[in-house]
Design a protein around this ligand. Sequence first.
Ligand code: BDR
Ligand code: CA
Length: 310
Amino acid sequence: PQKIIIDTDPGQDDAVAILLALASPELDVLGITAVAGNVPLALTERNARIVCELAGRPDIGVRAGCDAPMSRPLVTAEHVHGKTGLDGPELPEPTMPLAEGHAVDWIVETLRREPAGSVILCPLGPLTNIATAFARALDVVERVQAIVLMGGAYFEVGNITPAAEFNIYVDPDAAAAVFRCGRPITVLPLDVTHKALATKARVDAFRAMGTRVGDMVAAWTDFFERFDKEKYGSEGAPLHDPLVIAWLLKPDLFSGRHINVEIETGSDLTLGMTVADWWRVTDRAPNATFIGDVDAEGFYALLTERLARL
Ligand code: BDR
Ligand code: CA
């Protein structure tokens, strides 16, 4: 199976992404690293452990990483995810312990230990842990097989400011470093997540599984929906982060373009904007594959089939 590291700030949609990965035999989740983002670090690491236990995988190492962006104060998103980050269903306190050591050290050690080119990094939150690992240990960068992340936007532009998507906005300095790292990067931006809405029929399908996981995922997506319905008037919320895992499992469901993407770090007005050269109007070298479209029916069929295994 493909070895992956999930770097995450759960978040209901992060939780579903973790469940999808743990339900998929094609993937070997080496560990989960938590970062501050949707909610503070003490909650994201706790939430990651809750999700592993829900999946019946308390053996997965969950480690806590950076509690704030590289050089800015933390911006959180309780207005979307609720106070705990996993608001919606009643959740038990996790009993599995947090694994020892700082997540950034573990990422560095793991990339050095595993064969070069065998590990894909899957960031689902701000890129602080990943950029800090790269800054601390330059030698690990070339050992990364690829980075597949949720973040940014092109046509759909911003969800936290008019110009920026949340994950990139929270730590634009980290994002800029990651986009310049030279390894293959695939980006699942808002443009594609907004084409994969959890409509009522799709949420009903989660509930119809008749399992604890199905009920939780349905309750999370229901909770998530309040925000998006009010904001975008859409039927159903975008389930952003699971698209990263779905891309690893079934890339044929997606299409995109290999283009140049630069991150704005200077301007107050457009801080964290992913300046994506979709129409190739510059001669800047392509550094990322920006995904623009998804077969949403195929994605939800995959997600439902996999979650039913848990
Ligand atoms: C991203 O921000 C978070 O709120 C979600 O978990 C997702 O990773 C969407 O902009
Ligand atoms: Ca996230």
